[in-house]
Ligand binder design. Structure first.
Ligand SMILES: CCCCCCCCCCCCC/C=C/[C@@H](O)[C@H](CO[C@@H]1O[C@H](CO)[C@@H](O)[C@H](O)[C@H]1O)NC(=O)CCCCCCCCCCCCCCCCC
Length: 622
């Protein structure tokens, strides 16, 4: 991209018009366009070094901020032009992260690169560096999204105002989930994108829009405008999601990872922008111990390399019924531990999940042939398949029928829909042993609710939770009899001194327990009072459970997820397949859910306390 921008020089000279060229991650400027053709460059900057800030007070300004305050302030001719530059700058920054850049002869700031160069030269990855990079992108896109959303709202309002009175709503509806609890978001994390700005209602824009509406060109143009704006928002949202994914990857990468691997992993999320990169072949072995979380590439590949999952060994698992006395019998499920609950007979039998794993694994083994030749991008798509598959492994029935948590609510069970198993149904083994398979199924069932929230904001949570379920499941499948209880698995790792190994079940269970603990607090807060506000329930639960274990990056992911929370009513609706079931009888249904939640809390308490005691006794982190 190129064009004229005003550049702030100093108080004496003020804003100077300069010709800027943005190419290959470098922003160069010239006195005028002619000079640019002659290569008479006045200076150039590597974009990755800057925080790109969307100036709030001046809608034509972009501020490029450097750590040492040697900032670059730019002004476009108008707002639209500024947006173009913003998107171009941010994209270049994302596409050309530090490690791909070479020294530039005209670079004004080469001395400031030592940190980056060190990283590149040693080939090691300093998480702080990448985290900072991604954090600044997150800030930028949050800002951009705020502005674009406001623009969109303005146009919507203007269109509404221009409609005949009968077609207008007096006020524009404010979606429930746009009301943000100010306390819930750490605004220092998401930078200038403050909560109050995010939560501004449509109506607050009304006055400013009214004055503009006369000029507003109504029908076809307004639709065009809306299309354009919504497509901008889409792009920004996509970028945000990519960055959040990157942040999750980075925040979970504790060991030293080669800079190349990190670059590739982060860059592959750009594939939509740079399709040509899809052809680059990568030797996967090189990444074996790097690209492991949360997409579990290694684990995935290793799994295909091992013979641990022999069909014979786990497809029959005759001992399962003995080891898990109250786990799911083949075609009968009893869930009648409370008077309000229902005995369900003759539900479709739940396929033996061990067998399912084998079936899938075998099937995938055939596909493996070309894995080593796949580009990272195709591997990523493969990941996505894998994640979906992982969810299915944990929940095989889901492949065939959609399931909903509370379809039993009004005895409406003839449909044969799946009834989720519950923590309160866990029957402990000897010595308080927690039956592995039943526990894991409980977890995957309860967290599968997140699917119905329909927002990608919960994807990191899902990946994390199912990743941990899968880690434990893999250990369990090595010897279902020996590992029939969670404690047996952990004890084995203690004996083998593998509690700290990568992908250890000990670590996975610790995090899974934290997730379940969070869920417990959420259900408890939610069921305490009918007036409780969704965001408050989640926020309080987070404060008490997960927050202490999260760094600032993950906390910001939490803040983002908070923005996508369903309203309470929506939440209730999503618990059933047939919304009318809820809408026709709200009170009764809500009471039923609350009762269900209280029961779940009791069930969860029992298992998480046992796990906690076991970990404490064995001097493991919990
Ligand atoms: C109403 C629902 C509200 C949902 C709000 C969700 C907010 C959660 C925000 C947290 C985002 C976390 C994303 C990932 C974080 C990970 O970084 C972190 C650490 O991961 C661990 O790293 C280890 C290496 O360092 C690795 O070895 C290990 O394997 C890995 O796990 N993980 C976590 O902190 C765990 C987060 C779990 C969050 C669980 C939220 C579950 C919400 C479920 C709501 C369901 C409602 C059901 C209602 C049922 C009614 C009866």
């Amino acid at each position: 991209m190129d064009g004229y921008l005003h550049k702030w020089t100093n108080y004496l000279k003020g804003w100077q018009l300069r010709y800027f060229v943005l190419k290959d991650g470098i922003l160069s400027y010239f006195n005028n366009e002619n000079d640019s053709k002659n290569g008479d460059c006045k200076g150039s900057y590597k974009i990755f070094m800057f925080d790109i800030i969307v100036n709030r007070s001046d809608k034509t300004r972009v501020d490029l901020i450097l750590a040492n305050e040697n900032n670059l302030y730019l002004k476009a001719s108008d707002y639209k032009e500024r947006q173009k530059w913003l998107v171009a700058l941010a994209s270049q920054k994302a596409i050309y992260p530090s490690i791909t850049l070479q020294n530039h002869p005209n670079d004004e700031h080469s001395t400031k690169q030592s940190f980056q160069q060190e990283n590149t030269m040693t080939g090691t990855y300093d998480s702080t560096y990448f985290l900072k990079l991604k954090q600044s992108e997150l800030k930028l896109y949050c800002d951009l999204l705020t502005q674009q959303t406001h623009d969109f709202k303005n146009v919507v309002l203007a269109v509404r105002q221009s409609l005949p009175t009968s077609d207008k709503q007096s006020k524009v509806d404010i979606p429930q989930n746009s009301k943000i609890d100010d306390n819930s978001i750490d605004s220092s994390i998401v930078g200038k994108c403050s909560d109050s700005e995010f939560s501004e209602t449509f109506n607050s824009e009304l006055d400013s829009v009214k004055s503009e509406q006369c000029e507003f060109d109504k029908k076809p143009n307004s639709v065009k405008k809306l299309d354009e704006l919504s497509s901008n928002i889409n792009i920004t949202c996509d970028m945000l999601v990519q960055i959040v994914r990157n942040l999750v990857i980075l925040s979970n990468t504790s060991s030293n990872v080669s800079a190349e691997a990190v670059k590739s992993l982060l860059n592959e999320t750009q594939e939509s922008k740079s399709k040509d990169k899809a052809d680059i072949s990568i030797d996967l072995d090189q990444y074996k111990y790097h690209l492991y979380h949360p997409l579990y590439l290694n684990q995935h590949l290793n799994q295909y390399n091992t013979q641990n999952f022999s069909t014979e060994a786990s497809s029959s698992t005759p001992s399962k019924a003995q080891n898990l006395p109250n786990s799911m019998p083949s075609n009968e499920l009893s869930v009648c531990s409370s008077p309000s609950r229902i005995s369900v007979k003759s539900l479709p039998s739940r396929p033996n999940s061990s067998f399912y794993v084998n079936r899938k694994t075998k099937q995938k083994n055939h596909n493996r042939i070309d894995m080593n030749k796949m580009s990272l991008i195709s591997i990523r798509n493969y990941h996505i398949e894998y994640i979906k598959e992982t969810a299915l492994l944990a929940d095989p029935v889901a492949e065939h029928s959609s399931h909903y948590l509370l379809d039993t609510a009004n005895s409406n069970i003839e449909s044969g829909k799946k009834v989720l198993i519950r923590f309160s149904d866990i029957a402990l083994l000897d010595n308080n042993g927690i039956p592995t398979e039943f526990f894991l199924n409980c977890c995957s069932d309860v967290f599968s609710i997140l699917d119905s929230f329909g927002s990608t904001a919960f994807l990191p949570v899902k990946i994390d939770v199912y990743g941990n379920i899968n880690k434990i499941k893999q250990k369990y499948l090595l010897d279902t009899e020996k590992f029939n209880s969670l404690q047996c698995i952990i004890k084995h790792e203690i004996d083998e001194k593998k509690t700290h190994s990568k992908n250890s079940a000990t670590d996975a269970l610790m995090w899974l327990r934290r997730a379940v603990w969070f869920l417990r607090e959420f259900l408890s807060n939610f069921s305490k009072s009918a007036d409780s506000v969704m965001s408050e329930c989640v926020h309080l639960s987070y404060q008490k459970t997960l927050r202490q274990h999260h760094n600032f990056v993950v906390r910001s992911i939490f803040s983002l997820a908070m923005r996508s929370l369903p309203s309470k009513e929506d939440f209730y609706k999503r618990l059933v397949s047939d919304h009318s079931m809820y809408l026709n009888n709200k009170e009764q249904f809500e009471n039923h859910v609350i009762e269900e939640m209280k029961l779940t809390v009791i069930g969860i308490d029992r298992v998480i306390n046992i796990i906690k005691d076991f970990y404490t006794k064995n001097k493991l982190d919990i």
